[in-house]
Design a protein around this ligand. Structure first.
Ligand code: COA
Length: 248
């Protein structure tokens, strides 16, 4: 029997008046630094998560990854002049970060998922979801999520994936738990709790220079990804951490 399931795009929730969304590719200037719009976007992400403003060095590294990985960024911007019509009046123009600083952020990119079938499937990955504290609970997340999921459906993606910091937010958009985390402590001493390996161990441990491990890291992950159900394509950051070539 042939079963074909056509993905249905979600209904896109419109943004409130005075707000505009823009999707663009992060860009670097000639010196490898993020351009103004990209830098403002990343400062907004940090602010949305209540994190410290990233240093220039951190921004440079982060942007190089984003650009190299073909990630797309979507910001929601306050239309010039419209914020002063709200209850905060002129304080908005005088005290906030400026019109290039988004009040909503969303990053998406393409990776593959091992869903247990013979081939990896194309997946739409989501990160960097924040809304400025002054602009929450007015549907900005709803707009960002529904409009970007609609774009993913149009692009033929079979599945969307994210890691949630708060579990209660994403069920309304169709997301659910895909995995669970456990901590396991194993007593491997001779007097241990009947611990035994199923196979005969092989190989030797070799202390390696991390800076030479880039290709090994990629190869080991590719082997794991090909045979492990639930495995999701990794960010280039993992190669960077593994080779010790940048901060975590
Ligand atoms: C979570 C966050 C993005 C929500 O943005 P927002 O623009 O205020 O959300 P919306 O107004 O579009 O709300 C959409 C729906 O989610 C609900 N919702 C919003 N924030 C929620 C939260 N923290 N917990 C549970 N539900 C939440 C809203 O009540 C609304 O419900 P409805 O569908 O019944 O109307 C924003 O609060 C935020 O940036 N928080 C800090 C960063 C963060 O936690 N990001 C998520 C990381 S995974």
């Amino acid at each position: 029997m042939d079963v074909s399931i056509a993905s249905q795009p979600p209904q896109v929730t419109p943004l409130a008046e005075g707000l505009t969304a823009r999707t663009f590719a992060p860009a670097l200037d000639a010196d490898g630094n993020p351009d103004a719009g990209t830098g403002a976007f990343h400062r907004a992400v940090a602010l949305g998560f209540y994190e410290a403003t990233p240093t220039d060095e951190r921004m440079r590294l982060q942007e190089q990854v984003l650009v190299g990985d073909g990630q797309r960024i979507t910001g929601v911007y306050v239309d010039p002049g419209s914020a002063s019509l709200e209850h905060w009046g002129e304080a908005h123009e005088q005290l906030t970060y400026g019109s290039e600083h988004p009040v909503g952020t969303f990053i998406d990119f393409d990776k593959t998922l091992n869903a247990g079938g013979p081939q990896l499937i194309d997946a739409f990955l989501i990160t960097g979801v924040t809304v400025d504290a002054s602009y929450r609970r007015r549907g900005i997340l709803k707009h960002l999520m529904t409009s970007r999921l609609a774009a993913a459906v149009e692009d033929g993606k079979a599945v969307a994936l994210l890691t949630a910091s708060e579990g209660s937010i994403y069920g309304r958009f169709g997301f659910g738990p895909a995995t669970r985390e456990h901590q396991v402590r194993i007593n491997v001493s001779r007097a241990g709790e009947a611990f035994g390996l199923r196979g005969q161990p092989s190989g030797r441990v070799l202390t390696a220079d991390p800076s030479k491990l880039g290709d090994v890291i990629d190869e080991v992950f590719a082997g794991h990804h090909a045979v492990t159900r639930g495995s999701v394509g990794r960010l280039p950051d993992h190669r960077r951490y593994g080779t010790g070539s940048g901060p975590r």
